[in-house]
Design a protein around this ligand. Structure first.
Ligand SMILES: Cc1ncc(COP(=O)(O)O)c(C=O)c1O
Length: 374
């Protein structure tokens, strides 16, 4: 990680060098409060996904506002959060291989650690690692509720794993991981609702089967920013894992609300700060934010606040802008804000957040879990 911060506190945003990852703090704080407020009175807990921010400073802010802990995908992300003071982390992913299992079990000496499984051999390996280190791990069986990623395919298979976990000395069966990732970016609200209702029904039946066999299934966890209110209303899910709500991105902003209008639950708070480095023709400018500064897996970024200027192509160090508005006149050295196409992998490219309010740098937060591949 680059230890030298990319800006100084109090510096005007205009003086911040580029490319940089900017958080507009007013919008961010509003998002941070808005999601837990929308859950007041509902029988669900919030366990935000740290794959979005990868930053213990932000994790602790979410916990201060009522989140029960964090979830992550990688052991390295869990380590960064625990070192940063987070006491309850669920790895909502399968962790395979001795080195990672050893590290996961070691973390359970410092914090409450949970993990997901979909394989009996992996359950045995987890128990062996936990026993060697003298700890207990919380374990959730992942069921495939339509994302077609990890997860067992039937309630019977989930029951077999639950029985196995419940019988082992150093594991505690907690419940089910039921994340319907494929539903998050379905544009129509009715499509998202149907997908989550089906996932909830499958989860309910799986839980009922496990409980018929005398094993308590207290936690059903899942949900993302696109659907969290549907899971919250399901009376099946007990924990929500939304992550992107704190930042948002161009892809999520294309989702539609129940009335058909673009969703407006959260504000765009994350931006890539970039400089015009070349302006070869009136119709084409080039900025210094390319593939090393943003991800394009969910589409190109948008140019914030400029109509008729489109980010059309990213190469390693360059971003090509197409200018169709004759009233737009840029200069070399002008700085622009881009809305990332997809927030999580964009964050993974930076070492620091630059928190900005009213055009001035107010906070510098290290993204300590960025690049945590292992
Ligand atoms: C398992 C799991 N839970 C929750 C989320 C959070 O989703 P979002 O960032 O869309 O809110 C993700 C995102 O990919 C995920 O993989």
């Amino acid at each position: 990680m680059t230890t030298r911060a990319p800006a100084d506190i109090g510096m005007p945003l205009q003086a911040v060098d580029t490319p940089a990852l900017i958080i507009e703090l007013d919008a961010f704080e509003c998002n941070l409060r808005r999601l837990p407020q929308s859950l007041v009175g509902k029988p669900v807990r919030l366990r935000p996904h740290a794959k979005t921010h990868k930053c213990p400073v932000i994790a602790l802010k979410q916990i201060e506002l009522g989140a029960v802990g964090q979830c992550v995908q990688k052991v390295g992300e869990a380590e960064a959060l625990v070192m940063g003071g987070v006491k309850d982390v669920l790895v909502c992913n399968q962790i395979v291989g001795a080195p990672k299992l050893e590290r996961l079990a070691a973390l359970a000496k410092l914090a409450q650690i949970g993990v997901c499984v979909d394989d009996a051999g992996n359950v045995e390996d987890l128990n062996a690692a936990a026993r060697r280190l003298g700890v207990k791990l919380d374990v959730l069986v992942e069921i495939n509720v339509g994302a077609n990623r990890c997860g067992v395919e039937s309630a019977e298979a989930a029951l077999d794993l639950a029985k196995k976990i419940a019988a082992l000395s150093n594991l505690r069966f907690r419940g089910l991981q039921a994340y319907q990732g494929a539903a998050q970016h379905l544009r129509q609200y009715s499509e998202r609702k149907a997908a989550i209702q089906a996932a909830a029904e499958q989860s309910r039946k799986t839980k009922a089967l496990i409980e018929q066999h005398g094993i308590r299934c207290e936690c059903i966890t899942g949900a993302g920013t696109g659907t969290y209110l549907i899971e919250a209303a399901s009376e099946v899910y007990t924990e929500l894992q939304a992550g992107s709500y704190i930042f948002m991105d161009a892809d999520y902003n294309r989702n539609l609300a129940p009335d058909g209008a673009p969703i407006s639950d959260f504000e765009q708070s994350l931006f890539i700060w970039t400089t015009v480095m070349s302006y070869p023709t009136a119709e084409r400018a080039v900025v210094d934010a390319g593939l090393k500064a943003l991800s394009v897996d969910s589409g190109n970024p948008l140019v914030a606040g400029l109509k008729g200027v489109e980010y059309v192509r990213a190469s390693d160090e360059h971003g090509n802008l197409k200018i169709t508005n004759p009233e737009v006149s840029l200069k070399i050295g002008d700085k622009l804000k881009l809305v990332p196409g997809h927030c999580d992998p964009t964050v993974n490219l930076y070492d620091w957040y630059v928190g900005v309010r009213a055009g001035k740098v107010e906070a510098l937060w290290p993204i300590s879990a960025r690049g945590a591949l292992l």
